[in-house]
Write a protein that binds this ligand. Structure first.
Ligand SMILES: Nc1ncnc2c1ncn2[C@@H]1O[C@H](COP(=O)(O)OP(=O)(O)O)[C@@H](O)[C@H]1O
Ligand SMILES: [Mg+2]
Length: 215
C-alpha cells in the first residue's frame, strides 16, 4: 500500500527520525507506540502527506511527487483524533454525511446504514454532539472517516480520552470496520491491552520505527 523510506525528519535541530522506514500492506491494522514526544503524531502526519520529510514515499509502488501529493492525500487518508472534532450545530447523521460532496452518489445511504448499525449509532443519529458521551462521539468520528471512502484511516490515540469500557467498544468497532470494508488502519496508542487486535505493532525508539511484534 505505502512505504516511507525516511532519511531524516527534524524540526529545526530536533531530530525525530533518522534512516528508518515504515510500511503498510493492504487491509491490515497496525499499532504505533512509543514514549510521549518520540514522533508518533509526526509519523502519522508524514504518512498522511501533511508533513514533509527527507526521503522517499512510495504509494502503491509509485513514488509520490510534488505533483501527485495533494491528489493522493485527498483520495486516500482519513483521520481520527483523540478529540472527535464534531461540528456542534450538525446532528450525528449530518456530521457523518458531511464529507460526502454528492449525497446522490450510489450506495451512500446503504453504506451509512451499515456504518451506524455496525457502530451502534441508530438511537442517536438525530442528536447533537453536546449530548453525546465521549465513546459515542468517537464512534461518530469513525463513521464519518469511513464514509469518506478513504482507503487508510490514521487514528491518533483514538481511545486516549475514553474509559476502559468505551475504549474497548471503539477498538472493537475499528476491528469490525477492518473486516467489513476495504481499508487499512494505523492506530497510535499507549495501551497494551489491545495488542492482539493488531497484525503488527511498531515501536518508535532512538529515531527509528521498529517492528516490535508481528502476529
Ligand atoms: N510543528 C512542530 N514544530 C516543532 N516541533 C514539533 C512540531 N511538531 C512536533 N514537534 C516536536 O517533535 C516531537 C515529536 O512530536 P509528536 O510527533 O507530536 O510526538 P508524539 O505524538 O509521539 O507524542 C516533540 O518533541 C514535539 O514537541
Ligand atoms: Mg501525539
Amino acid at each position: 500500500m505505502f512505504k516511507l523510506d525516511i532519511s531524516r525528519k527534524a524540526y529545526g535541530t530536533h531530530l525525530i527520525f533518522n534512516q528508518t522506514s515504515f510500511e503498510l500492506s493492504d487491509h491490515e491494522m497496525v499499532a504505533v507506540k512509543g514514549k510521549s514526544g518520540c514522533g508518533k503524531s509526526t509519523l502519522l502526519a508524514m504518512v498522511g502527506l501533511l508533513e514533509d520529510f527527507e526521503g522517499k514515499y512510495f504509494f502503491d509502488d509509485t513514488e509520490v511527487t510534488k505533483k501527485t501529493r495533494e491528489a493522493i492525500r485527498k483520495k486516500n487518508f482519513a483521520y481520527v483524533f483523540q478529540k472527535p472534532f464534531l461540528i456542534p450545530y450538525l446532528t450525528v447523521k449530518e456530521n457523518i454525511m458531511m464529507p460526502l460532496k454528492n449525497l446522490k452518489e450510489p450506495n451512500v445511504v446503504e453504506k451509512y446504514q451499515e456504518m451506524i448499525d455496525l457502530l451502534d449509532l441508530n438511537d442517536i443519529e438525530n442528536r447533537y454532539p453536546e449530548h453525546l458521551s465521549g465513546g459515542e462521539a468517537q464512534r461518530v468520528s469513525i463513521a464519518r472517516a469511513v464514509l469518506s471512502n478513504r482507503k487508510i484511516l490514521l487514528c491518533d490515540e483514538p481511545t486516549g480520552s475514553l474509559d476502559p469500557q468505551n475504549a474497548r467498544i471503539v477498538m472493537n468497532c475499528l476491528s469490525e470496520i477492518l473486516k467489513k470494508f476495504q481499508v487499512s488502519i494505523v492506530i497510535v496508542t499507549h495501551s497494551n491491552e489491545f495488542d492482539s487486535y493488531f497484525e503488527k505493532i511498531y515501536q518508535i525508539e532512538n529515531e527509528q520505527v521498529l517492528l516490535y511484534e508481528n502476529h
